[in-house]
Design a protein around this ligand. Structure first.
Ligand code: BTN
Length: 335
């Protein structure tokens, strides 16, 4: 027997297919093999979550508007991917989509499963930081990958891949964004996107990778917490209008799938090359804040492992994990 969510998706599919025309309750009931009362109950529930469904005596139901939600019912029709997003795990609210994806992975969820939500209570960031986004204003999702023939030490490069995918989708919308090493997407020096990759592996074999991405989409400046108001921004602030979160996510998943298939076929070199072209860090004077030390220098490249190469007065340094800030020209004086 199909569950309520599945039936509601089917009802929406029939209403969408009908476009401007009405579909009778009887036709929906017959097509889906349920009673007319069940159809009516599900229509009521769809209206409750924000679908604008009008009904007319003797004609039936017509869909006039859909809510701005990332539910499978809204996202699945936009997806053209074969693997990434074939299984969608949606929760209106959750602690963290990375946690959801890791639990799903432990329970055997397939390669390409995507966990997504409208709100995270305890979203995680890099370096044990948090990630907060107002409900329904961002795109928060985690992709579970089970890559074949990729060694555990190569897993961090999936973070670079995700950043490239997000930048491709943003630039396709005319938005001038770039990547700050290793994985922040910025516009005008302010952070738009954070990516956190986590892995379960043995010495020589990856069990799974979870790539969690948080995108500030339709957030007003005043909605950011005071402590990040100066350093964070959103795509709507950049574009000057709200963006369709569903289409944005569908496009990013498409880019991630294309890039992942390229990696399986050709390795990471093309992804690293594209990352270099989209980088805001390379060629800049940077301050590197590591666990034990801070130093400055010029970021010159990333190596085949994705580590940042920084030329300092004491020679070239290889940075694997650190906070890197791009130094404005006035901060460099007296160096
Ligand atoms: C960072 O910039 O420090 C990384 C932030 C990553 C946040 C995303 S939001 C979706 C996914 N779930 C999490 O708990 N974290 C990632």
């Amino acid at each position: 027997m199909r569950g309520g969510i599945c039936l509601r998706q089917e009802i929406l599919r029939l209403l969408r297919k009908a476009g401007n025309h009405y579909v009778s309750g009887e036709e929906i009931a017959e097509t889906l093999g349920v009673s007319r009362t069940a159809v009516w109950k599900h229509i009521k529930e769809l209206r409750r979550v924000g679908y604008d469904i009008v009904s007319q005596a003797h004609s039936g139901y017509r869909l006039e508007g859909a809510p701005d939600l990332l539910t499978p019912a809204e996202l699945a029709p936009l997806l053209k991917t074969k693997i990434i997003g074939a299984k969608l795990l949606y929760k209106e609210e959750t602690r963290s989509t990375n946690e959801d994806a890791k639990i799903a992975a432990a329970e055997g969820a397939p390669d390409g499963t995507v966990a997504l939500t409208e709100f995270q209570g305890t979203g995680h960031g890099r370096l044990s930081r948090g990630w907060f986004c107002p409900k329904g204003k961002g795109v928060l999702f985690s992709v579970l990958l089970r890559p074949q023939n990729i060694l555990p030490q190569d897993a961090p490069k999936y973070t670079l891949l995700a950043a490239v995918a997000v930048v491709r989708a943003c630039r396709a919308r005319g938005l001038d964004v770039g990547i700050k090493w290793p994985n922040d997407v910025l516009a005008g020096g302010k952070k738009l996107v954070g990516i956190l990759t986590e892995m379960s592996a043995e010495m020589e074999r990856i069990h799974y990778i979870v790539i969690g991405t948080g995108i500030n989409v339709n957030i007003e400046a005043a909605e950011f917490a005071p402590e990040i108001r100066e350093t964070a921004t959103s795509l709507s602030l950049l574009a000057g209008h709200p963006l369709d979160r569903r289409q944005l996510l569908a496009d990013i998943l498409q880019e991630m799938e294309t890039l992942s298939l390229d990696v399986q076929a050709q390795g990471f070199a093309p992804v690293l090359d594209e990352w270099r072209r989209l980088s805001l860090t390379l060629g800049q004077e940077v301050r590197v804040i590591g666990v034990n030390e801070t130093f400055t220098g010029r970021a010159v490249d990333i190596d085949a492992d994705g580590a940042l190469l920084v030329d300092t007065e004491a020679g070239r340094r290889r940075v694997i994990a650190a906070d890197v800030s791009i130094r404005p020209a006035d901060a460099r004086q007296g160096r």
